[in-house]
Design a protein around this ligand. Structure first.
Ligand code: PEP
Ligand code: MG
Length: 586
């Protein structure tokens, strides 16, 4: 077994197809002075063709996995227009009299080596982008044909040194059982696309391989554990065939619940919505029975591109989701960058404590131009469905009021532009900073709804950085202090008569169901992958009993005791392999 990085979840068993290394052999050709202008013309022609090809791929991928993934190619187009990259190429042609392809190859090598040397995962990933674009340009300069993948009839596991988004776009996801790459990690564009396509991916195997993989080898990969088996023994094949079969059966069984209501046997009803960051994820949420969107993380629309998305671009995406959600609500959260989420073209200052720094609503209130563009796009989409606006990281009434003031200005502007929107659009806030929980009664008077973001709430109230592996064991969602803040927020919302839901990771953890029942939370929003699992659990939970378990948690004094009780209760309800009881009606 070889241990790599699990970059996209799932298990795959199949034969390898090894992609030949996509590195062109470029003869070091120099020319006479007289040929210089011809070489520039060849270079420009190559750039034009490459750009055209990238645009086409971009459109193709937009169809396939959605707008957000297609914006990866905006970054590629930007490289072909990058003055530093281009002047490096021109300089080599001009000063060293080298052929265009030689200059391109040398410029790629120069930048890739430079980025690779940096101890920064993000820059290493950008080196892959430069290689990808550079190789495309080389292909046109050298006239080399594209690599042909196996015929569409035999599913395979794709093995490559590294995979670029341009290569991935040509894959038929139905034929690719899984992917293995030597280079790349969880944040590579290819990993993002693999997850969106639902293809298991193990990467980061370079220097871990003691044998090579040949086309035709039998492989097993486990995208959850990050493990790879080459020519596995019979026992391993048997073990993983069972895992695959079990996964498939469980998926099928759960899928039967998609159209069911999430209601306990004794009648406690839940509203289950999806957390999404793209149209593709929205479709997955719908397939898994989501009743709308409880959290649209819009920052992903701003990522993997060269500049801020325009009002029109954002409106297009929000409108499509709102329309497709029909009568279900779509909660669109305004931009939540900072902390661990950065934008390439909008550099944020180096901060000692980025999670306590320039983040989320703080940036929006500071950069009102960006905020107004986004609010206009969301408002315009509200004319096409049940759209709600949500502000992230609110910590005071002043912030909520300031954001609402800007919102009203944008509403007036839209009126002047003759554009329609829902003038009664509900405007809510995330409860994810302890200050907001403490002020929940006051905030509830001025917000239309609350959504509790437990991911940040836990890190802030416990002072445990959610990104720091060293203290990960101290990140306790079931800490008594967290529970008390949840109770304060929910009680304030109930008292004020405004809806409250939970959209942090806790919502997708079945162990927390007794807490929601006890507190009276009946609206949850979670990753599309968690929806059916949670619904299944709700269908098997006696609310009256679970409520008393939830109540007991509030008497307990330590995280360990609370977790132990919830684990025991969850284990007592283990229905892993039973056919869901309501599916018979369908
Ligand atoms: C949260 O903090 O719980 C949340 C849902 O937001 P994010 O994970 O995007 O910070
Ligand atoms: Mg958050």
């Amino acid at each position: 077994m070889i241990q790599g990085i699990g970059a996209a979840a799932g298990v795959a068993i199949g034969r390898a197809f090894v992609l030949p290394a996509w590195e062109w052999d470029v003869p070091d050709r120099r020319m006479e002075t007289i040929d210089l202008s011809k070489e520039f013309e060849r270079l420009h022609e190559g750039i034009r063709t490459s750009k055209h090809e990238i645009e086409e791929i971009k459109n193709e991928i937009k169809e396939m996995v959605g707008t957000e993934e297609s914006t990866i190619f905006d970054a590629h187009l930007a490289i072909l227009e990058d003055p530093v990259f281009m002047s490096e190429i021109r300089g080599i042609i001009e000063r060293q009299y080298k052929a265009a392809e030689v200059a391109v190859k040398e410029a790629i090598d120069h930048f890739v080596t430079m980025f690779d040397l940096l101890d920064d995962e993000y820059m290493k990933e950008r080196a892959l982008d430069i290689k990808d674009v550079g190789n495309r340009l080389l292909k046109h300069l050298l006239g080399t044909p594209d690599i042909t993948l196996p015929a569409d009839t035999q599913p395979y596991i794709l093995v490559a040194k590294e995979l670029s988004p341009s290569q991935l776009v040509h894959l038929n996801p139905n034929n690719v059982l899984g992917m293995v790459t030597m280079i790349g990690g969880k944040t590579s564009h290819s990993a993002i696309m693999a997850r969106a396509l639902g293809i298991p991916l193990v990467s980061g195997l370079e220097q871990k391989m003691d044998q090579t993989i040949q086309t035709g080898d039998l492989l097993i990969l486990d995208g959850d554990a990050g493990s790879l088996f080459i020519d596995p023994d019979k026992e391993t094949v048997k073990k993983y065939t069972l895992v695959l079969e079990k996964q498939r059966r469980r998926k099928e069984q759960l899928q039967l619940l998609a159209a069911e209501e999430a209601i306990t046997p004794d009648g406690a009803r839940f509203h289950l919505a999806g957390n999404i960051s793209s149209q593709k994820e929205f479709e997955l949420a719908v397939k898994h029975g989501a009743q709308g969107v409880g959290l649209f993380r819009t920052e992903f629309l701003y990522m993997d591109r060269a500049e801020l998305p325009t009002e029109e671009e954002q409106y297009e995406v929000y409108r499509k989701v709102a329309e497709k959600a029909g009568n279900h609500p779509v909660v669109i959260r305004t931009l939540d960058i900072g902390g661990d989420k950065q934008l390439e073209y909008f550099p944020l200052p180096e901060e000692d404590n980025p999670f306590l720094g320039y983040r989320a609503i703080r940036i929006s209130l500071d950069r009102q131009d960006m905020f107004k563009t986004q609010l206009a796009a969301i408002l315009r989409a509200s004319a096409h469905g049940r759209v709600k606006i949500m502000y992230p990281m609110i910590s005071s009434l002043e912030e909520l009021r300031a954001a609402n003031e800007i919102l009203h200005e944008v509403m007036q502007d839209l009126g002047k532009r003759g554009l329609s929107y829902d003038s009664n659009i509900p405007v809510g806030i995330m409860i994810e900073v302890p200050a907001a929980a403490a002020l929940a009664d006051l905030l509830a008077e001025e917000a239309d709804f609350f959504s509790i973001g437990t991911n940040d709430l836990v890190q802030y109230v416990l002072a445990v950085d959610r990104m720091n592996e060293k203290i990960a064991h101290m990140y306790h969602p079931y800490h008594p202090a967290v529970l008390r803040l949840l109770r304060t927020a929910v009680q304030a919302a109930n008292q004020a008569g405004i809806p409250v839901s939970v959209c942090g990771e806790m919502a997708g953890d079945e162990r927390s169901i007794p807490l929601w029942l006890h507190l009276g939370v009946n609206s949850l929003s979670m990753s599309p992958q968690a929806l059916l699992r949670i619904k299944h659990r709700i269908l098997h939970t006696e609310a009256s009993h679970a409520r008393s378990v939830g109540q007991e948690c509030f008497v307990m004094k330590t995280s360990a005791e609370i977790e132990e009780l919830l684990n025991q209760y969850a284990a007592s309800l283990h229905h892993e392999d039973t056919v869901p009881h309501r599916s018979a009606a369908h």
